[in-house]
Design a protein around this ligand. Structure first.
Ligand SMILES: [Zn+2]
Length: 77
């Protein structure tokens, strides 16, 4: 069972992709997320993004997977 989260925008409400097991998979119809100030922003409008648990069973296949996880695990130092 995978942990699947939809990456949603607070501003425009569009879905940019999914985070599955900590790795971001961009939706085929979505532009890449914007990266600014060490954070990620909606590729459509530059708005705040948030993760919402996605149990729809939908799977986005990213043609070019992100090189690094969207939300890397923090390790206790
Ligand atoms: Zn947006």
């Amino acid at each position: 069972m995978q942990n699947v989260y939809a990456v949603q925008c607070m501003l425009c409400g569009r879905t940019s992709g999914q985070v599955r097991n900590g790795a971001f998979h961009r939706a085929p119809t979505a532009p890449p997320l914007k990266s600014r100030g060490g954070r990620h922003w909606c590729g459509f409008c530059g708005g705040n993004i948030y993760l919402e648990h996605d149990d729809s069973g939908a799977m986005f296949i990213d043609p070019a997977p992100a090189a690094r996880p969207l939300y890397p695990q923090r390790r206790a130092s």
